[in-house]
Design a protein around this ligand. Structure first.
Ligand code: BTN
Length: 326
């Protein structure tokens, strides 16, 4: 957003009540018609600016759009959210973040969209991304991890997302291994991690997050839900994105300094999978068993019905058996 527009928003935000166009133009050293033109632009961006003759302008409401200025305002992170690329409409934020990764964009760069026409999920599935109601973004990371350790990023993201959702809405969403957030047994959010790697070292990673925030039930697949659906209340997508970036940054620094232990511990507390019966297939054979825990590398430990214990890694297809709770 141009500097003049930012200054006007800042001025309106800091004002109590109405401010005259004359005061704004004097303060910022521009003509009154330039002020008026900027205010029109801001309205186009979704800012609700009231104008009353002889009183001036008042900022009545901020847009809940993922524009850089709003996301970065009072964010307080060092790296994450340092650049925010916002799109009203895009195919997939993953592709744009990947492109930015290839062109050397810094770690912490965010690509966010109001609507995705080709949102994608794991295993070639589509991610339904209706306009303005969900949070769809990708985060560029340049971690010092081997490709074998990259699954940690997905688990770290699911912990940070569950924590951020809880802080902003009071809603406790559980984590379904490895990367879904569930609410009332339905899918609230999904996480997709894509890598560019050299031999066994991660060059960069893109973590993509889709969270159904204010999405109406009829716009979602039957197995999905949104925060608004479950709680009857709408939430600010900007506030959730900001909280995610803060939480993720804290956890990412802890990962670098203390290893994966603290995130794993929190993951276990928030798990919807451990203690449930699961099924998976390997080389045409079907296996069933009990999910007993999470290994230190993020793999899911499953005790098979023949009492043998096996480890499954993210990327394997695991089906939780809903009707056989233990
Ligand atoms: C899944 O559960 O399968 C993962 C879904 C990930 C969806 C997000 S939305 C933002 C980013 N852009 C995409 O195309 N996908 C991810």
């Amino acid at each position: 957003m141009p500097a003049m527009h930012l200054k006007i928003i800042q001025y309106l935000k800091s004002a109590e009540g109405f401010v005259s166009g004359e005061d704004i133009s004097r303060e910022l050293g521009v003509s009154r018609s330039a002020v008026w033109k900027c205010i029109e632009d801001l309205r186009q961006e979704g800012y609700k600016v009231e104008a009353v003759p002889h009183h001036g302008y008042k900022l009545a409401a901020l847009p809940d759009r993922l524009i850089a200025w709003e996301v970065q305002h009072n964010l307080g992170t060092r790296k994450f959210g340092c650049a925010v690329h916002h799109f009203a409409e895009i195919g997939s934020t993953m592709d744009e973040a990947f492109r930015l990764g290839m062109s050397g964009a810094p770690e912490g760069t965010v690509v966010a969209a109001e609507l995705q026409t080709k949102g994608r999920g794991r295993l070639g599935r589509a991610w339904v991304s209706p306009g303005g109601s969900g949070l769809y973004f990708s985060l560029l990371l340049r971690p010092k991890l081997s490709t074998a350790e990259a699954a940690r990023l997905t688990l770290l993201s699911s912990v940070a997302l569950s924590e951020a959702v809880e802080k902003c809405s009071g809603v406790s969403a559980l984590i379904k291994w490895p990367n879904d957030l569930l609410l009332g047994g339905r899918k609230l959010a999904g996480i997709l991690t894509e890598l560019r790697a050299e031999v066994d070292r991660v060059d960069f990673a893109v973590v993509g997050i889709g969270l159904n925030v204010n999405t109406a039930h009829k716009e979602l697949p039957p197995e999905a839900t949104s925060l608004k659906n479950e709680s009857g209340q709408g939430y600010s997508r900007v506030a959730i994105l900001q909280e995610f970036l803060r939480t993720f940054e804290r956890r990412y620094l802890v990962l670098a300094k203390q290893g994966f232990g603290p995130a794993l511990e929190e993951w276990r507390k928030r798990s919807a999978t451990i203690g449930r019966r699961v099924r998976f297939e390997e080389r045409g054979h079907k296996f069933e068993g009990l999910a007993t825990g999470l290994a230190d590398d993020g793999g899911l430990m499953v005790q098979l019905d023949n009492k043998q214990t096996v480890k499954r890694m993210a990327g394997d297809v695991i089906v939780e058996l809903k009707d056989k709770k233990v």
